[in-house]
Ligand binder design. Sequence first.
Ligand SMILES: Cc1cc2nc3c(=O)[nH]c(=O)nc-3n(C[C@H](O)[C@H](O)[C@H](O)COP(=O)(O)O)c2cc1C
Length: 174
Amino acid sequence: MSCPIGLFYGSTTGNTESVAELIAERVGFDQVHRIDIAADGLESVAEYEHLILGIPTWDFGELQEDWDDLWQVLEAAEVQGKTCAVFGLGDQIGYGEWFVDAMGLLHNRMKEKGAKMVGYWSTEGYDFEESKALTADGKQFVGLAIDEDCQHGETQERVEKWCAQVLSEFGMAD
Ligand SMILES: Cc1cc2nc3c(=O)[nH]c(=O)nc-3n(C[C@H](O)[C@H](O)[C@H](O)COP(=O)(O)O)c2cc1C
């Protein structure tokens, strides 16, 4: 049986990679393939019914470098009709004016291309100034926000709750 979920991530210092591992552990290693886009690119996106995409924000609101390098490939990818959830890494104290901005850019790109976006997540419990990754009413992030720099202790529980939500939104049994 083919694997239903492709989890694509880019990670400069390893935090997003660690969260990708936690997500795969929670979802079940038989349900999800993890793909480091620096090594394997984005070409296999078309093979999966459901997508989870992980991106940290770097350099004052910018895309992480591997996502930046592959942005045009993503533009060409066939994602119409796929269900997609994003998660983003950031630092709400050090970079509170640009908190997880890149997750917002990635979410918007996927939405424009016709993916069905799920995995929205409350901003409760975070303390930041501004973010480009918020819903119009400002009450939710457009995906899971993880802050390994300032709130490492929250990560495990956030991942567990979010994975249960996303599996349900993917229409998969938990
Ligand atoms: C130079 C630098 C710039 C950063 N810029 C931002 C930023 O604009 N917004 C944000 O939320 N986090 C920012 N961060 C925090 C990183 O996103 C965070 O450390 C993240 O966990 C890194 O993920 P990675 O290890 O997967 O690359 C920055 C960190 C550094 C060192």
